[in-house]
Design a protein around this ligand. Structure first.
Ligand SMILES: [Zn+2]
Length: 284
């Protein structure tokens, strides 16, 4: 897909399992389970989908998946299954290497979004996975990662906030900002402080990477909000605005965690806004 002078691809880093109840907050299991069948432990499959925008002399990766970072306890819990070859293989399919990524935009620092910033260095340590990239993240998200709430502290890998500051070319953002022609970030802080969306293009030619504001196509329904959100009523307001704009202007939405629907536009059916036909943005 071509949007605003950018060639857009989705790259799947892998999948993992997460408690379905936590993903849908107050929604009864009998309703969400129709869309996301749970396993024997109530867990559902979540995609780790990233966005690659190539254009204007830059190669911008949005979020990084989990990376090969989980200890045995977390691996047993989350069952991270990397796609064969991980993000390097996805980039290679486009003729690119990790060194070619000029910018990484992090929606926030939860480990299923930022874990892949670092990769094993082969000597028992870690090294930046995209060594030449400038990393754009909200300062508020970094501050939150360094001192999270009791409610979401399990969503951060210990030491990652300090590691990011010490080892990456970090660019700390102070709110909504245009990062390049036709590519901007927009803060939606209901999920965590400093959580940001990525918006590419303008007018009807717009694509939004929804991150954890609308993690799957199923979450387009306004009250379907994750129990992980720090401020669910703020999420509700932020979703209302985004969904209304997306319907009115025909925006394409990309869902980071949806195992089946990578992206779609929204349509109104019987007075309800629902996901339209799935758009495939994977490299051919
Ligand atoms: Zn998150």
């Amino acid at each position: 897909m071509q949007v605003g002078g950018w060639q857009i691809h989705t790259l799947l880093e892998g999948t993992f399992l997460l408690d379905g109840g936590s993903m849908f907050g107050i929604v009864p299991r009998s309703r969400w389970a129709r869309h996301h069948p749970p396993d024997g432990e109530g867990r559902i499959v979540m995609a780790l989908r990233t966005l690659l925008c190539v254009g204007h002399g830059r190669r911008v990766l949005v979020d990084t998946g989990m990376g090969d970072r989980l200890d045995d306890r977390r691996q047993a819990l989350y069952q991270h299954t990397p796609r064969a070859g991980g993000l390097p293989a996805g980039l290679a399919a486009l003729g690119l290497a990790c060194q070619d990524v000029t910018d990484v935009v992090l929606t926030h620092l939860h480990f299923d979004h930022a874990g892949g910033l670092f990769a094993p260095d082969g000597r028992g340590g870690l090294a930046p996975a995209f060594p030449r990239a400038q990393v754009h993240v909200q300062e508020a998200a970094c501050r939150w990662a360094a001192a999270p709430s009791l409610v979401d502290q399990a969503s951060f890998l210990p030491g990652d906030a300090a590691r990011c500051e010490a080892e990456l070319d970090l660019r700390l953002l102070q709110g909504d900002e245009t990062l390049a022609e036709g590519l901007r970030v927009q803060v939606t802080a209901g999920h965590t402080p400093g959580h940001q969306l990525v918006v590419v293009g303008e007018g009807p030619d717009t694509l939004v990477f929804c991150a954890d504001l609308i993690p799957t196509a199923t979450h387009v329904r306004l009250p379907w909000i994750m129990a992980y959100d720090q401020r669910p009523l703020l999420t509700l307001d932020e979703k209302k605005v985004l969904v209304a704009q997306a319907v009115e202007e025909g925006w394409a939405l990309v869902f980071e965690h949806d195992p089946l629907t990578a992206a779609c536009r929204l349509v109104e059916r019987d007075g309800q806004v629902v996901p339209g036909e799935t758009l495939c943005l994977d490299p051919a």
